[in-house]
Design a protein around this ligand. Structure first.
Ligand code: OFO
Length: 162
């Protein structure tokens, strides 16, 4: 594998673990706001992000590449309101999509067809994740951030299993 592609994939392992950490912080915020459904939704999301990190980790090792496990940066664990927390997640998903696209650009440039095939899964996953995070923001915007308004949405959020 080309050095640049391997380095970008390696950095993405850290970014996916950071995403897990970020979502755990958001989950913690909602738990403290007595919104267990929201807390559970973001906790499920945090678990998914760890799976993403491990997918890339396994791919690198399968390709006989090395993996460095870098420090994971601290995340925000407090927000102004439910909307700010949901927007943080939405903004982050757009950032991650950009990072995945950069790896794809490098793989295309290197004619690394195997990595392109591997990354296709992440391209569709990002499409889904952007849609999900945008939907949460839109629903909170519709209902407003008062806790009594978020009560029904909290029940719906809590039904997410994976
Ligand atoms: Fe790993 O998909 Fe979100 O960040």
């Amino acid at each position: 594998m080309n050095k640049k592609v391997a380095e970008l994939l390696n950095a993405q392992v850290n970014k996916e673990f950071f995403s897990a950490y970020l979502y755990l912080g958001i989950s913690k915020y909602y738990a403290k706001q007595d919104l267990p459904g929201f807390a559970s939704w973001y906790k499920v999301q945090a678990e998914e992000e760890q799976e993403h990190a491990m997918k890339i980790y396994d791919y690198l090792l399968d390709q006989d590449e090395d993996v460095t496990l870098d420090k994971i940066a601290a995340v925000k664990v407090d927000f102004k309101d439910a909307l700010e927390a949901a927007k943080e997640a939405d903004k982050h998903e757009h950032y991650i999509t950009g990072e995945i696209n950069k790896i794809m650009d490098a793989a295309v440039e290197d004619k690394d067809y195997r990595t392109q095939l591997f990354l296709n899964w992440f391209i569709s996953e990002q499409d889904e994740e952007e849609r999900n995070s945008k939907e949460v923001v839109a629903k909170i915007e519709l209902l407003g951030t008062e806790k009594k308004n978020l009560y029904l949405l909290d029940k719906e959020m809590g039904s997410r299993k994976g």
